[in-house]
Write a protein that binds this ligand. Structure first.
Ligand code: 5AD
Ligand code: SF4
Length: 345
């Protein structure tokens, strides 16, 4: 039965909810290996053997939201807040380019200090001075802002849906609405961004059905990128005492997402690498094809405290070097082009 589900998914890109749940339930063993191998084959066939790098610069850790799981939530009074001055952001962007990375991801909390005008100015400067592909990851904004950023030169936008369960979404996000999240994702698509959504795995109260819904949602709304990472409990949040997400379940979710979305770009997430030293490699061998080294200048990096374990001081160039070695041993390489999503089938 399981074998049938796996081949059906690999051939048609479709599964129903119960079939997804069955795959997410697989214990360690031959069938699970078969799932990972199928995801790896579909990855090879649909997006090739190149792994794309996206250099992240976390330019502000101010956030107006109070998501229960996140260390940047406005209720976390312990956190020292920063905004990186534009010239330092530009210098970090230069480092992204010098490392041979074609894409910069500008990420921040939901920080209203960055008005439409300020962000457009920044995006335009990075575009004209460095020519990088620009991904924004700055949260929910009005349509007009998204339109202006696109016009200024932004190419992609990451806005994880976090969980497809309406009920769970409501409990975890006291001040935002799932419907608005979906509306923002639709706007971004209309504006011809490459759009990324995605979820956390192992959120308190999330069951396998909710996780299956996450995969079905990203398929349904036809996003170009899918970010899937384990929940990691942060000590200064209301979820401090909750258990972390499960690494194996996260990798299974990545594998099923690859089978069902085929040509999307899927990162082996930082959070996966934090919970298990082999986590990123496991992701890359089960469907992921993107890595996101952190180019935030060291003095700010530990303050971008979404979840614990991120404060390692390994420089991104060094991270890229070790990824290169690993990929070569796997018959893969680092992608040198921009790594846009391949044409949809
Ligand atoms: N564990 C894992 N991921 C988290 N994020 C925020 N807090 C946590 C946490 N405690 C992720 C969310 C968000 C991204 C910026 O970081 O998915 O989209
Ligand atoms: Fe802010 Fe994003 Fe953290 Fe929510 S997940 S508190 S919006 S940085």
């Amino acid at each position: 039965m399981i074998q049938n589900y796996i081949s059906k998914a690999a051939v048609t890109g479709n599964l129903i909810r119960d079939e997804i749940i069955a795959l997410l339930t697989l214990p360690e063993g031959a069938e699970r290996d078969m799932l990972f191998a199928a995801a790896d084959r579909v990855r090879k066939e649909c997006v090739g053997d190149e792994v794309y790098l996206r250099g992240i610069v976390e330019f502000s850790n101010y956030c107006g939201r109070n998501c229960l799981y996140c260390g940047l939530r406005r209720g976390n009074a312990k956190l020292v807040r920063y905004r990186i001055p534009d010239d330092e952001i530009l210098a970090a962007a230069g480092r992204v380019r010098d490392a041979g990375t074609s894409t910069i991801v500008l990420q921040s909390g939901e920080d209203p200090w960055y008005t439409r005008e300020r962000l457009c100015f920044l995006v335009r400067r990075i575009k004209t001075e460095l020519g990088l592909v620009i991904t924004l990851s700055i949260g929910e904004r009005p349509f007009e802002d998204y339109a202006a950023f696109r016009e200024a030169g932004a190419d992609r936008f990451l806005l994880k849906h976090e969980t497809a369960s309406r009920d769970l979404y409501k409990r975890l996000h006291p001040d935002s609405q799932f419907e608005n999240r979906l509306k923002c994702l639709a706007w971004l698509g209309e504006l011809d961004y490459e759009v990324g959504a995605g979820c956390m795995v192992g959120l308190p109260g999330q069951d396998l059905g909710a996780l299956a819904d996450d995969i079905l949602l990203v398929k349904k709304i036809k996003v170009d990128m899918v970010g899937i990472g384990p929940f990691i409990a942060h000590p200064d949040t209301p979820l401090a005492a909750m258990p972390d997400g499960d690494v194996a379940l996260t990798v299974k979710t990545v594998a099923v997402a690859r089978l069902l979305t085929r040509t999307t770009n899927i990162p082996a997430t930082t959070a996966l690498g934090i919970l298990d030293p082999k986590g990123r490699e496991m992701g890359l061998s089960a469907g992921a094809n993107v890595m996101m080294p952190d180019f935030t200048p060291v003095k700010y990096r530990s303050l971008y405290d979404l979840y614990p374990g991120r404060s390692g001081v390994i420089e991104p160039e060094q991270v890229i070097q070790s990824i290169r070695g690993y990929l070569e041993s796997q018959g893969k390489s680092i992608g040198m082009g921009p790594g846009f999503r391949r044409k949809r089938e």
